[in-house]
Design a protein around this ligand. Structure first.
Ligand code: NAD
Length: 363
């Protein structure tokens, strides 16, 4: 499938890569059952990106390089996101990180948001390997939950999300009229192994990894099944926010990619926004979130997390760097499928876990 046929021109190569990537998207996003590793998938995507960079006339709005995820499946109701759910630009080595930091610094210096010798401040997070979810709270009550889908429209998984104990059904304190929380649903490795063993005993489907187990569990048509699955959640962002209680500090209106109107934010930095979400009772990964300055600071965080990775209870596939200042984020803006102010720095794939093999032997 991935072999180049002789005499292929750039347009044919782009068409072949797109078809192959689309197939993998469906296996991954719709069936939660990928047939190639993430590293192989990332390789195909990079090949296509390089080809499109060389031949910009080949870029189409339908290309997977320009789109997020896959369209929602009709078995679920669909939810149109008020603020689109985007992907992230990827970095695979130090050179990519340095180039990202340079672009950010140059833009912010040009806009007068950084002095000539000043470096950019970043908020660094773990890149949790689960699935993105948007939770909508109205007057503090959880009213809707949706998957990312194709970024514009996701699947309505409200009944399933309501079974996850880490997700508050009612926020604490003074919640705004509308708050959309963005975060990751995931499964701890130990819980995944237990689940797979139980599945195997019952002769039911075993999952390839905790990410697919989390996605498969959340996208069940029967919420009673989801309720039995040990799912967790961390918040790392937000969508629409309106109607902040009067007691909140200075409002900051954020223009977000494709949003109908600007959201009102109570804080001016990403880190302070996460503290605010935590104060409302939402689980935030405070233990590992970290502030860093410049490319050197980012690389130091990457190295530290690389050491920590085997000891974490859950899978991560990298770290995420976000420009901390929200006015700076606004200046940096977005490209088609990702913000220019954030970057996912991926880790090399971990040794495949032996769990699946053990189970196959037991079965
Ligand atoms: P991505 O996974 O590279 O990055 C975006 C996602 O990161 C977000 O949607 C969110 O879910 C997640 N995330 C985790 N922690 C986060 C944090 N702290 N802040 C913000 N976001 C955070 O991009 P993608 O578009 O979701 O998926 C592309 C990736 O999925 C590929 O690079 C590949 O690894 C994998 N994939 C694999 C296959 C396959 O067949 N193996 C197919 C499709 C996609």
């Amino acid at each position: 499938m991935n072999s180049k046929s002789g005499g292929e021109d750039a347009a044919q190569a782009a068409a072949r890569l797109r078809a192959e990537i689309e197939q993998h998207n469906v296996r991954y996003y719709v069936y939660d059952d990928p047939t190639v590793s993430d590293a192989e998938y990332d390789g195909l995507m990079r090949e296509l990106q390089a080809l499109e960079a060389e031949h910009p006339e080949l870029v189409t709005p339908e290309s997977p390089t320009q789109r997020v995820g896959a369209a929602p499946v009709s078995a679920f109701g669909s939810v149109r996101h008020a603020v689109p759910m985007l992907s992230l630009g990827n970095a695979f080595d130090e050179e990519d990180v340095v180039a990202f930091d340079r672009r950010v610094t140059d833009t912010l210096r040009g806009a007068g948001l950084l002095g000539p010798a000043q470096e950019a401040d970043y908020f660094c997070e773990l890149k949790l390997d689960g699935l993105a979810i948007s939770l909508r709270y109205e007057d503090g009550r959880l009213v809707q939950a949706a998957t990312r889908g194709d970024g514009q429209t996701g699947e309505d998984v409200t009944s399933n999300i309501r079974t996850i104990k880490a997700i508050p059904l009612q926020l604490k304190g003074q919640a705004p009229k509308v708050l959309e929380v963005r975060g990751e649903v995931l499964m701890n490795r130990a819980d995944f192994e237990k689940l797979n063993q139980a599945q195997a005993k019952r002769d039911e489907k075993v999952f390839v990894n905790p990410r697919n187990a989390a996605a498969g569990s959340l996208r069940q048509l029967d919420p009673r099944i989801t309720a039995k699955r040990p799912l967790r959640f961390f918040a790392y962002g937000w969508g629409e926010i309106h109607g902040l209680p009067g007691a909140q500090g200075g409002l900051f209106a954020e223009a977000t990619a494709g949003a109908a109107e600007a959201s009102q934010l109570p804080e001016k930095s990403h880190g302070a926004m996460l503290d605010w979400l935590a104060s409302l009772g939402l689980p935030v990964n405070v233990k590992h979130n970290h502030r860093a300055r410049g490319a050197e600071g980012l690389m130091a965080f990457y190295a530290k997390v690389g050491q920590l990775r085997p000891e974490l209870p859950y899978d991560i596939d990298g770290v995420v760097y976000k420009v901390d200042s929200l006015p700076a984020q606004k200046v940096l803006g977005f490209v088609a499928r990702a913000p220019r102010f954030a970057l996912a720095h991926k880790f090399a794939a971990e040794e495949a876990t032996t769990t699946l093999l053990d189970i196959e032997v037991q079965v």
